[in-house]
Design a protein around this ligand. Structure first.
Ligand code: B12
Ligand code: SF4
Length: 591
């Protein structure tokens, strides 16, 4: 008799490049300002809401972060993992385009061992390329589109289990009996996020159920630095030109006409739940004032009722007013700020789509310092419209002027990183590159997949601009990184030892990139491959030069308490039965 699967859905998170443990390559500083390594081992936060929602609707779900398992254990056998698991369906994220090679490779393995088990792809990039994916890759059966797939996924799994027609499942693209691609309308687009929850208590329970802390681990250092995130929204009102999550992109790609927000009281409750269990920082994703001041202040009022000791990090899309910052300071004892001016040059910033000038940015910095922000992170980028090599370096000069001005504060951290590896599919620039001065080097899924096999991030980049070619984007990034690193040491933001090790790695990376450039000019492919294989220091050196080359990962960490987990409370939660945090707490009526 055939054994019934005990799990309905296994969600797999792939590495960017499946063979990263074998293929030499410098993936570069593409992940230096996010917690992941360049294989982007962080799974989409939506895995957590999918798992919670599906389980609440009677389905059994397991998350396996394959990228993390491969990263942690050089010998980890992916094929064995896939072979021994036999769920009703496998789900793989192709959310970030950077995972295209890894996601397809993993799907192929799944299909090889389980030809009759449906393979579902989801995420923003899968949404953008849904038809092309089903046309080109027979090992993918289904693509579930949109920024919100919780409800359609329940329907899909129930249909797979009980049998039935796929044609009534919203957001689904599939092959019919005649092998024709059917695209169901993308009609499931929730207007708010009150039914959807990211609940870390749920994840803790699953870790115990499957005895698999690595499979659920969000990024490599998470257990040492268990930073968490809460979500205000899906979608965005802004129109940054290279962003695949802009208002315009979500409209055309995900049929979202306006962002969906989470009720501010539920948002506060999400933070309280985290704070009960973890003493680490919480990042609020999405500017709390994006939905309007009323939303931001309603959230802050709620937070004021129960001040939490955790460091709370706010990201702002435009500089908040003094009154807004005062509201934060009154409600959150330890607040941190993140903002991305992208460039010091107002013309570049405007061309990118950020609607504010340096005066308002600096006014905000001053207010935040006055009001006791524990730390302020400024993010700048290379590869922007109208940005030249010298403009990139002038950004570092601007950082110097800010550091001088706020020297006594000592907690202003500038970062610079490249727009890499890919220009976001579906972004305004991706759709009309010439209009914005860009030259797109990859357009199809296959082109991106092949690009990821290149030996250095210079050759992976899917674009260049009228103002900088790939060489200039790459080497201006390293040069700016070097100068910024020195600046941080000079202003005491990092110790000389850290600065020294970053500089050594950076110089090594540049040397290795140049060596790869030389090898790439060898016309004979076999000789070229052989030369790449024999690069000095081999694969390990290449890995080494891909990590923390323009800044040290630790520089990103917000302050945290020494004991980061409340083990007693965690144990209590694991033993308790729990109601999900999806309806508005009764003690707090709507705003
Ligand atoms: C928050 C955020 C982050 C957080 C990540 C949080 C997380 N773990 O998810 C941080 C800051 C770490 C981050 C990093 C990166 N990000 Co980001 N990020 C965002 C942002 C601002 C919001 C994302 C969001 O709202 N997600 C909510 C929804 C849409 O996704 P979700 O809940 O996770 O998943 C739902 C669906 O996507 C779908 N789904 C997802 N996976 C699957 C799988 C299956 C099987 C199914 C059925 C469904 C499904 O269902 C889920 C639930 O309904 C967006 C911009 C935006 N406005 O959207 C950019 C965005 C997603 N990021 C982007 C990029 C490029 C990156 C980086 C590659 C940048 C870099 N070079 O460092 C890294 C990758 C990091 C990694 N994987 O390790 C691009 C992606 C473009 C593209 N198509 O490739 C975006 C669109 C815009 C941007 N440029 O920032 N990011
Ligand atoms: S980069 Fe701009 S458009 Fe994209 S999510 Fe951030 S604010 Fe919105």
């Amino acid at each position: 008799m055939m054994k019934m699967p005990s799990i309905d859905l296994i969600l797999l998170h792939p590495p960017t490049l499946y063979d990263f443990r074998k293929r030499p390559g410098i993936h570069g500083p593409i992940s230096d300002v996010v917690p992941s390594t360049p294989i982007f081992e962080m799974y989409p936060i939506g895995f957590a809401s999918l798992s919670e929602y599906l389980e609440r609707h009677g389905l059994k779900v397991r998350i396996i972060n394959v990228a993390m398992k491969m990263l942690k254990d050089e010998q980890f056998d992916v094929e064995r993992l896939i072979r021994k698991n036999n769920p009703v369906a496998f789900g793989i994220d192709l959310h970030w385009m950077a995972h295209v090679q890894g996601a397809l490779a993993l799907a192929e393995i799944v299909k090889r061992f389980h030809p009759n088990v449906p393979v579902i792809l989801g995420g923003l990039s899968a949404t953008y390329y849904h038809e092309e994916i089903l046309r080109q890759y027979p090992f993918i059966d289904l693509v579930l589109r949109g920024d919100s797939t919780e409800k359609p996924l329940v329907q899909l799994l129930q249909t797979i289990k009980k049998g039935g027609d796929f044609k009534n499942i919203p957001n689904l693209t599939y092959r019919d009996g005649g092998n024709r691609i059917q695209v169901n309308p993308l009609t499931y687009v929730p207007e708010n996020l009150d039914e959807i929850t990211i609940d870390y208590r749920h994840i803790m329970k699953k870790v115990v159920r499957y005895l698999d802390p690595t499979g659920y681990q969000p990024f490599i250092d998470w257990y040492a630095y268990p930073v968490t995130a809460v979500f205000t929204c899906r979608g965005c009102i802004y129109a940054c030109k290279t962003c695949g999550g802009s208002a315009q992109t979500f409209r055309t790609m995900a049929n979202r006409k306006k962002p969906a927000y989470r009720n501010p009281k539920l948002l506060a409750q999400d933070i309280f739940n985290i704070s009960d269990h973890l003493n680490a920082p919480v990042m609020i994703i999405g500017d709390i004032f994006q939905p309007g001041e009323e939303y931001g202040f309603a959230f802050l009022e709620e937070m004021k009722r129960r001040p939490v000791a955790n460091h709370i990090a706010f990201e702002f899309f435009v500089p908040p007013s003094r009154a807004q910052l005062e509201g934060i300071a009154e409600s959150i004892p330890n607040f941190n700020i993140e903002i991305s001016p992208e460039s010091h040059d107002e013309e570049v910033r405007r061309a990118f789509g950020r609607p504010y000038n340096n005066e308002s940015l600096e006014r905000m910095l001053k207010d935040a310092v006055d009001l006791g922000s524990k730390r302020i992170d400024l993010f700048f980028m290379t590869g922007l419209p109208k940005q030249t090599y010298s403009s990139v370096l002038e950004t570092v000069d601007y950082c110097r002027s800010l550091l001088e001005r706020f020297r006594p504060y000592g907690k202003l951290f500038p970062f610079i990183s490249p727009l890499a590896p890919f220009l976001d599919p579906g972004s305004a620039v991706f759709e009309a590159p010439e209009k914005y001065g860009y030259r797109l080097l990859c357009r199809t899924v296959e082109q991106h997949r092949q690009a990821l096999l290149a030996p250095s991030w210079k050759y992976i980049l899917n674009y260049e601009t009228e103002w900088m070619n790939r060489d200039e984007i790459v080497y201006s990034t390293y040069e700016a990184g070097k100068r910024l690193n020195r600046l941080k040491a000079e202003f005491g933001l990092i110790d000389p030892k850290t600065a020294g090790s970053v500089e050594i790695r950076l110089e090594g990376a540049v040397g290795m990139m140049k060596e790869i450039d030389r090898i790439m000019t060898i016309p004979n492919a076999v000789e070229r491959e052989a030369a790449l294989e024999s690069l000095s220091g081999g694969r390990l050196a290449l890995q080494h030069y891909s990590m923390s080359t323009i800044c040290e990962k630790k520089e990103l960490e917000w302050p945290t308490r020494f004991i980061r987990m409340n083990f007693f409370k965690i144990l209590k939660t694991l033993l308790a039965r729990r109601k999900p945090n999806v309806s508005i707490p009764s003690s707090t009526a709507s705003p």
